[in-house]
Design a protein around this ligand. Structure first.
Ligand SMILES: [Zn+2]
Length: 68
């Protein structure tokens, strides 16, 4: 089996492997129990998380364990 693309950080231009999953929801667009997921490397966890948090979208941040 060929591996799928490795999970990468969602930050623009960043190709680092994902370490965190940022789970978020925009109440204007999404059902309350729906979750979008952005992946983030350690470096972008703060900036991506902050972007969502100031908008009130961030629901949870969980470790993303696909990279070993
Ligand atoms: Zn990154």
């Amino acid at each position: 089996m060929i591996e799928e693309l490795p999970a990468q950080c969602s930050a623009k231009g960043c190709r680092a492997g994902a370490v965190w999953a940022l789970r978020w929801n925009n109440p204007k667009l999404h059902a309350p129990d729906y979750r979008k997921t952005w992946l983030a490397c350690d470096q972008h966890r703060e900036s991506l998380g902050g972007f969502l948090e100031v908008r009130g979208f961030l629901r949870e941040v969980t470790p993303f364990g696909a990279i070993s």
